[in-house]
Design a protein around this ligand. Sequence first.
Ligand SMILES: [Ca+2]
Ligand SMILES: [Ca+2]
Length: 569
Amino acid sequence: MRTRAHPPGCEPRRGAVPRPLRAHSFRGGPLAAVLLALAPAACTPSASAPEPVYEEKDRAAEAARLLSGPDWFRHAVFYEVYVRSLQDSNGDGIGDLPGLTSRLDALKALGVDALWLMPIMPSPFADSGYDVSDYRAISPEYGTMADFEALRDAAHARGMRLFLDLVLNHTSVEHPWFQESRLDRTNPRADWYLWSDTPGRPDLPCGPVPTFGTSAWTWDPVRGQYYFHRFYPSQPDLNHWNPDVADATLDVARFWLGRGVDGFRFDVIGLLYESAAGCSMIPETVAYIQRLRTLLDAYRDRAMVAEPTWFGSTAPFYGDGRDMFHMAFDFDYGLGWGLTFAESSAQPLADHFSAIAQDLPPGAQNAIYIGSHDVPRAFERANGIASRWRRAALVQMTMPGTPFVYYGEELALRSGTQVVVDARDRARAPVPWAPGVGWGFTTGQPWIAFGAEPERTNVEAEKADPSSNYAFYRSLLSLRRGREAFGTGSLRVLPTDDPSILLYVRESADETYVVAVGMDEGASHTGVASGANLPGDAQRLLGDARLVRDGTAARVTVPPAGMGVFRVR
Ligand SMILES: [Ca+2]
Ligand SMILES: [Ca+2]
């Protein structure tokens, strides 16, 4: 049911036909009040039904319980960090590990439970660190191994976990393995990469990943052969068909596990092996991932998340739910929400998350994001509409899955304007922490320009404003914290008679929550979910929507671009 916005404190009675035009005709005069009183009641003061207040748990204690043990990652909020852009500590304009360590308290206060660091290993930086030249060291720009250990210890002391980004599909051309492999056709690492006399091989029918060029083969004048690469020519693919290569890359994971990291994000892991039969997630890649899982399971409470290379089901990354990844990124939501929220229908989101619940094996849990280092800033994809960005974040935090927050997302950080490496740099600008030269990020010249509007989006300014995007984001993270229902609870989508209202239930053993999201940004809506069967009346915890239980039905009223989170048990 689509209506105009109702006056505050006034919402349609169930079954009544709103008469906004009539009310409008006499608006303002005493006569209007008389006519409205005589008309079939179009609205009822909402104050008539006081909200219940459910007994509140000790959420800090609950969070501590949920975030311990092997299932911690299901309840955690992850934070993706581009170390280069978070905090500079030595005035060279480049963010670094000591800088990040100095900001851990700020991230902890925001509600961050785990960090995923984009690659921090030595790299010629042709692909922002995703071209590794040494898997067992720290990029000198970012610090030393001692700095890494200090960060790890500081994170663990605060109860925060630490994920590294492992890039095992390819190395940099500057990696010693490639430098040796290219020397001739007989050296010990001659077949650690994929070589050919021609720019193509029948057993390697795979092209480059789009946006990384037109050919997957590049001529190497040293060896006098072509080599295979799915990404930039300076990123040759490793030949995992050679068992020594597979062992060597598994050893990289072992090396960092031994240094106390809590897990990994695996870059383009599905592309590890290629064959005449396929270019992605072929059986050899699946078997490799199972070896990775066995390796992680030998340590305590470790987890890993996969970067898929396709839209659609993430099920292939989970195996039976216990023998492959703990999490995989939900690209459909992460890349598609901007388009979905630009329309007024709740159905695509309802269908998407319902399908995931059906599709994944027991125990599988996707990683949900709205922004990352590979796509424009979420605020830009929301067309600069704050309410759209906020509702996208609400879905991210309350649908089944583990939220991954891209650094600066909590500020609704704007896209950058400068490109240093490639176009994706627009989403990789530094964090403006406070007003002043260098915005508290650096005392020197930042390696890349700040995004637009740092005067509005700096942490200090947003923290001081209770209506800021930061305040909203922090309240969202706080809402999720210590509430088992949002981490591992069941999902039940409640269809209503209004196609613009997304309504769903998250339920754990002893608590039930309802989330309402209005997809229409121009009008108020009221919808009735006839078979809601809510266990209790609604206590609103967040947002501006209203939810009223009426027998087995539930009636929800959502202002334009509105939302609500309710506890009903
Ligand atoms: Ca620095
Ligand atoms: Ca490959």
